[in-house]
Design a protein around this ligand. Structure first.
Ligand SMILES: CC(C)(COP(=O)(O)OP(=O)(O)OC[C@H]1O[C@@H](n2cnc3c(N)ncnc32)[C@H](O)[C@@H]1OP(=O)(O)O)[C@@H](O)C(=O)NCCC(=O)NCCS
Length: 165
């Protein structure tokens, strides 16, 4: 019997940094949410590609919380890692912080969860390595991802049962 392939979240985690320039801002002079969403999608797909070892597409943005506005000139730090893998789908969590580059004060600004699906040569969903959480934080994220999946399934069932879609 072949052994199941597993990877720890550390093996595919990614971190990146941007500086908020004038063309990234909205009419309030803070970072435009759509720009931040594209940065979130970009770092998350890099994690998905590294975990899956193949092409992966964004299937859903499951949750996106804009906690704090981010100002012109702030540094934006994005950290992303894989929380949970199904057969072909992968939940990725992204934490966004803003840093005042002059004071060094770092504040959590946004959190997001996205689901990616790995595709084979025929663009069909295909199996991916399972997640092997190791640290306490990784275990908590893994368990919470399962709770989110169950909640999503229950919600979809309730909406279908309601018969008004
Ligand atoms: C995502 C996509 C490949 C799923 O294809 P599908 O034929 O519906 O897939 P299946 O029903 O066989 O499900 C495959 C997996 O995807 C998951 N999935 C499908 N649609 C999903 C959605 N909207 N949200 C979250 N997960 C989803 C399923 O739960 C399943 O997970 P599992 O294998 O871990 O159990 C397809 O909907 C697609 O190509 N969407 C467009 C993607 C895209 O263009 N993204 C933007 C640019 S990257």
């Amino acid at each position: 019997m072949s052994e199941e392939i597993t990877k720890s979240p550390k093996q595919s985690a990614a971190e990146t940094r941007h500086i908020v320039m004038p063309d990234h801002t909205n009419h309030y002079g803070t970072l435009f949410g759509g720009t931040l969403m594209s940065w979130i999608d970009l770092i998350a797909v890099m994690v998905a590609q590294r975990h899956c070892g193949r092409e992966a597409v964004t299937a859903s943005v499951d949750k996106l919380n804009f906690l704090e506005p981010i100002s012109l000139g702030d540094h934006v730090i994005l950290k992303a890692s894989a929380n949970y893998a199904g057969r072909s789908s992968l939940e990725i969590g992204v934490q966004v912080s803003k840093e005042n580059p002059y004071t060094g004060v770092v504040t959590r600004a946004t959190t997001a969860y996205l689901t990616f699906v790995a595709l084979d040569e025929n663009k069909r969903p295909c199996p991916i390595p399972k997640i092997k959480p190791e640290s306490d934080v990784e275990i908590r994220r893994y368990e919470n991802a399962i709770l989110r999946q169950e909640a999503n399934r229950n919600l979809i069932k309730k909406i279908k049962d309601n018969g008004k879609v």
